[in-house]
Design a protein around this ligand. Structure first.
Ligand code: DGJ
Length: 684
């Protein structure tokens, strides 16, 4: 059978005719109406010539490429078993016999044109099989020559890196036991020069929160492939006779409209299954305001200030449980510290509720401090050897141990049952650095699922020292991700720009921080900080008791504007303009019916020329006319100009085509600033 999957301008042709291992013949632009005859002709035509010094039959890149097919590139399935390698090709009951394994591949193309592929393997032999890899390998055309992926570090996640690889494998491997701050995130292969608005691209992501591998291969044999899957350590996974393994989904997106085209498929698809079902509350998180200094008296002024500016959810971060006065102690002892919170958390929660806010609480369930009652009582519950190095003075708990699982679930369940906790910030502040990432990740998913099942109303934020665990394995289990530990708007602009390629903005937590960023020491204008935190799941992480009355008024105006526009911000199409000068950024969100759009024009550094490039507003309807005005909250954007464009002083009325193609003259801001523009169609 030849399968032809089509959706939203994408198509996939899979040759799964009997007697052969299935092969993807095409993944990309829709090939139009092809009947069975046309598909068979296509499938017959792809047989390659046999080059000199090669196997004596045409090379065929199957869904399970291996030696058996003459494939000396990176294989999909790797295992060790006494039976060794076997030729593939015998298809029985939908599964391919692959040595001792039966391999079936699930392939789905969603209505949004998002491809999902995974393998299901079963050991049908009577011997143990050590599984080393069960990856997905997808062909891309050779014109996909340029590669974009991401690296990063703590507080600087999702730094783009672009290369044009020659022959060989560009492989990104995460052994953090979590995706990590250097997570490749999306590996994008595209036509040379692809950008946000143009170019043909193929992108992959692994929907898994543990160790994983993603690669791009230009083989000297000819094919170009994107591959990826779970990264399994030697000996980590043994399939006993009859055992099964299901690989994580590999998510693939093709677009001929550049990187924004990738988001255009991913965001609607993610929104189709997202658990988010109510407006994202404006949050206040206590971390950078008070760190470990917890007391009701100390927090009362912050609660009052939060209520005054219109915060809707107050989150008590790290520091509330017994003995947790710094980051060297007490993880695992999930009992309220009565010395800080006499009578438990209820008095605090009552005050928060009295201020008209929900209450949220920080946890780090997978961790244990050596300096804790838990570690003293159960040293054997630590995943790594207890002598292994700590990281942030903590070890990882062996969640796959049912006793550990039950204890942690029990503590979360008890606290969520006892207190009116609407939201859990679920943190994870170290690499695992121990064998067993597969079992640990599977247990984590079971734990979150159990907590959600027992407390269905409670929202969960995925945090891992900021953005160290943002992926499509954790996302269906979470309602927010902490994008990065940095609240520095300059860092945040790029972190949010690239994080939102995959994850819709309503998930991406962004906070208004202190004028002097705690992570970088850099000082930023209030206008820049407000403009940056506006796009996403907005919050505040600043000791508001230090803000002036005038600043509190500005923050109140910002909070009101956020509440009024979050329906648009969290449902619209994310757009990013390509600009010749990398010091300038334009990004925005446009309503699905293109009646409104909110945009940020950002200056990251001194521009290349006295007059930076025009501010183009992409995504609007070229046929409609828009009133464009500045959205401001009372905090002035620092400027270096002697006069300003009219759109800044009085607003402007222009066709969408002009705004998208030509744009507006730039405002001459001081570097490290932003201005917000709102476009409203006036001919609706
Ligand atoms: C790391 C997180 O990313 C921070 O936001 C904060 O919650 C600290 N952990 C608390 O220890």
């Amino acid at each position: 059978m030849i399968q032809y999957l089509r959706a939203s301008g994408v198509s996939l042709v899979i040759d799964a005719r009997p007697g052969t291992t299935p092969a993807v013949l095409h993944w990309g632009r829709d090939l139009g109406d092809l009947d069975e005859t046309a598909l068979a002709a296509f499938a017959d035509s792809v047989a390659a010539s046999v080059p000199p010094s090669a196997i004596d039959e045409p090379l065929r890149l199957t869904l399970l490429p291996s030696f058996a097919d003459g494939w000396s590139g990176r294989p999909a399935i790797e295992y060790s078993a006494p039976t060794g390698w076997a030729r593939t090709g015998d298809v029985a009951e939908g599964a391919v016999e692959f040595g001792p394994l039966d391999a079936a591949t699930d392939i789905e193309l969603t209505p949004e044109g998002v491809l999902r592929v995974r393998h299901r393997l079963q050991n049908r032999s009577d011997v143990s099989v050590g599984l080393h890899a069960a990856s997905i390998v997808l062909p891309v055309p050779s014109r996909a020559r340029e590669l974009l992926d991401f690296s990063g570090l703590w507080a600087h996640e999702r730094r783009p890196q672009r290369i044009t690889p020659g022959h060989g494998v560009w492989s990104r491997e995460s052994r953090h036991g979590r995706p990590g701050h250097d997570d490749p995130y999306l590996v994008v292969a595209g036509t040379p020069g692809f950008g946000f608005e143009s170019g043909e691209v193929w992108a992959t992501h692994i929907a898994w929160s543990g160790d994983r591998v993603q690669w791009f291969e230009r083989s000297s044999l000819g094919p170009t492939t994107l591959g990826g899957g779970e990264l399994l350590a030697p000996g980590e996974l043994t399939l006993e006779p009859g055992d099964e393994y299901t690989s994580p989904w590999v998510v693939g997106v093709w677009s001929d409209a550049g990187l924004d085209g990738v988001s255009d498929r991913l965001h609607p698809w993610i929104r189709s299954w997202s658990t988010i079902d109510r407006p994202r509350p404006l949050m206040l998180n206590t971390w950078e305001a008070v760190y470990f200094e917890h007391s009701l008296e100390g927090l009362q002024p912050l609660i009052d200030a939060a209520a005054r500016v219109g915060v809707e959810r107050f989150v008590l971060d790290d520091g509330w449980f017994v003995g947790r006065n710094n980051d060297r102690t007490s993880l695992g002892d999930w009992f309220v510290d009565e010395t800080k919170w006499p009578g438990g958390l209820s008095p605090l929660i009552e005050k928060v509720h009295a201020g008209g806010m929900e209450f949220g609480l920080w946890f780090e369930p997978e961790m244990v401090s050596p300096e804790s009652e838990l570690a003293r009582t159960h040293p054997d519950w630590i995943l790594s050897d207890v002598r292994a190095s700590t990281w942030r003075h903590q070890h990882v708990l062996d969640l796959a141990n049912p006793d550990v699982f039950d204890y942690i679930f029990g503590r979360l369940d008890a606290l969520l049952g006892e207190y009116a906790i609407a939201y859990v910030k679920w943190d994870h502040n170290r690499d695992v650095l121990a064998p067993g990432a597969h079992a640990q990740t599977a247990a984590l998913y079971r734990l979150i699922d159990a907590v959600r099942a027992a407390h269905p109303g409670v929202e969960i934020e995925s945090c891992a020292s900021g953005g160290g665990r943002i992926d499509l394995g954790i996302l269906p289990r979470t309602d927010r991700v902490w994008t990065s530990d940095t609240n520095d708007p300059l860092e945040r602009q790029l972190i949010q720009r690239y994080s939102s390629l995959l994850v819709p903005p309503e998930y991406l937590g962004g906070h208004l921080g202190d004028a002097r960023a705690h992570t970088t020491g850099r000082t930023s204008s209030l206008a820049f900080r407000l403009a940056t935190a506006f796009f996403g799941s907005a919050g505040i992480e600043w000791d508001l008791t230090e803000a002036t009355d005038a600043e509190l008024d500005v923050i109140t105006a910002w909070a009101t504007a956020y509440r009024e526009r979050r329906a648009l911000l969290h449902s619209g199409r994310v757009v990013r303009a390509d600009a010749a000068d990398e010091a300038t950024l334009v990004h925005g969100v446009v309503a699905p019916d293109r009646s409104t759009g909110l945009f940020a024009s950002v200056l990251l550094a001194a521009p290349e020329a006295a007059l930076p490039p025009a501010v183009r507003l992409p995504g609007l309807d070229p046929e409609r006319t828009y009133r464009v005005s500045v959205l401001e909250f009372g905090a002035e954007t620092p400027r270096i100009d002697n006069s300003q464009p009219t759109w800044f002083t009085e607003g402007v009325t222009l066709r969408g085509s002009v705004l998208g193609e030509v744009g507006l003259p730039p405002l001459l801001m001081a570097p490290e600033n932003a201005v917000l523009l709102e476009a409203v169609a006036i001919d609706a």
